[in-house]
Design a protein around this ligand. Structure first.
Ligand SMILES: [Zn+2]
Length: 134
């Protein structure tokens, strides 16, 4: 199957799913206008941002991020993460999002998180909208 049709299939699966993580991912894209691309070969970023977003205001402890990303990708979406970035044994995707999103004009390899913003405090990562709905 072509990469583009695999990505489409992945997106349809996520959109049809009612679990907390998939719903958080779709909310990021549809409600907070994050520009996140579905990709099977580079799913690490999408999966890591999804698992952090799904923890909401509680945040995700740093040591749990990698395990959560792999579990979501492999056991939920059925995607095998490969490569040093996508399958990193460190929380590289959310760390990158802290300083390299659309909120920072100096960002490198920018991630467009829309109105959502990645933060880190008390050893926990958060991915929440900057503006709460009125
Ligand atoms: Zn799901």
């Amino acid at each position: 199957m072509k990469e583009s049709s695999q990505a489409l299939e992945m997106e349809q699966k996520v959109r049809a799913c009612t679990c907390k993580t998939c719903k958080a991912l779709i909310k990021l894209i549809d409600d907070h206008h994050a520009d996140l691309r579905f990709s099977v070969t580079r799913a690490g970023r999408l999966c890591e941002l999804a698992v952090v977003a799904s923890t909401g205001a509680l945040g995700l402890p740093e040591y749990k991020v990698v395990k959560a990303r792999r579990k979501y990708a492999e056991h939920h979406l059925g995607i095998k993460l490969t490569g040093p970035t996508s399958n990193s044994d460190k929380p590289v995707h959310i760390r990158h999002a802290l300083n390299n999103s659309n909120h920072n004009p100096e960002a490198k390899n920018r991630i467009n998180l829309g109105e959502a913003e990645a933060t880190f405090s008390n050893n926990r990562f958060f991915l929440l909208p900057t503006k709460q709905p009125a």
